[in-house]
Design a protein around this ligand. Sequence first.
Ligand SMILES: [Zn+2]
Length: 393
Amino acid sequence: MKKLSIATRKCPICDEENIEILYNLNMVLDNDFPLQGNHKVVKCEKCGFIYQDSKSTLQDYENYYKNFNKYPSSPTIYEETKELFPYYMNIIDKFGKKDSKILDMGCASGLCLQFFKECGYENLVGIDPSNESIDELKKKGIEAYVGSVYCNNELKFLENKFDIIVLFGVIEHLFDVQNAVLNLDKYLKEDGIIYITAPNVERYHGYNNSISYYFNFEHINHFSSTSLNNLMVKFGYVNIYTDAYNLKLGDCSVPCFSGVYTKKDRSSDELKNDEESVKSVKKYLESYKKNINEQKKVIDDIFRKNEPIIIWGAGCVAMELLSRTNLKNCNIEAFVDNDRAKHGKKFLDIEVCPVDMLYKFDGIIVICSSLYSSDILNEIRSMNISNKVLILN
Ligand SMILES: [Zn+2]
């Protein structure tokens, strides 16, 4: 049966308040975390857009990305996205020239811009909210500014300057996508193009990725080419190119798509109802229920035996399992993680430690990672320890 409700966060594309709730996702977060641990995966009843509804505000997200931004300390993620740079450049080559002026909005530490530079593009600019990221880019000799995707009064001199604006893996994170497009529009020349990539919700069901990867608190918009078109036509853009590709991250393959847009004469409020996205999410959730039941059995077994465990991976998978399952009642001695930024933080009053504490531990190691279970397993093998290991994701 359909669970209808009124949204706290209105549809980011069409501002509709009426939603269908598809899934309630809860996560245990550490105390100073700026975002809400519970959110709903919902479908807009008017345009069919799939997005996350929660009580977190735009300010909460700004605070999160400024102060809790995990990307500068996660070099692996950069390394893996590198594989896609030639693909991105192929598409840019179709629409631009080597002297085209290109803006990478949300450029992180700018590896992609660096690749474009090596391939002969000369006029490159990056904007990102992170000071560290922008410093790194400047060191590489690329023009870069600290700024937001929403509004930058101090960057007025960049308005109407760009032939191409790229937004790679950014739009799924944005609380206010309409404001973001309005802002991008300011920087674009009249005959320029905007190139956007995002995970493709229409294909979620074909991949066995964990629920806390698809619907974590960062991925709050779930676009399809139909819903992205709905957003862009509202601001006077027309789609001139669409393509599907996959992003390989650790053990996962993430279905994504590319959309290229140019300005047309007038904007339109004509929404196409996106019917495919909700079908995909429902199919995905249906198959995920089986996985949930298997997880539950494994966790209940650990709980019954009261064996000491250490959880490797203080991220979304653990946060979600701690909230939904008996894992929180198990005999957890510690969390361990390779990410130094997480050391000393606490979940349910249990500390996150460096992984070398496993040398002093005899119990079960429970791997909680949506992307890197294989890497962690290899690391455990290379440590020459003989603990029993379980994987939950
Ligand atoms: Zn809508």
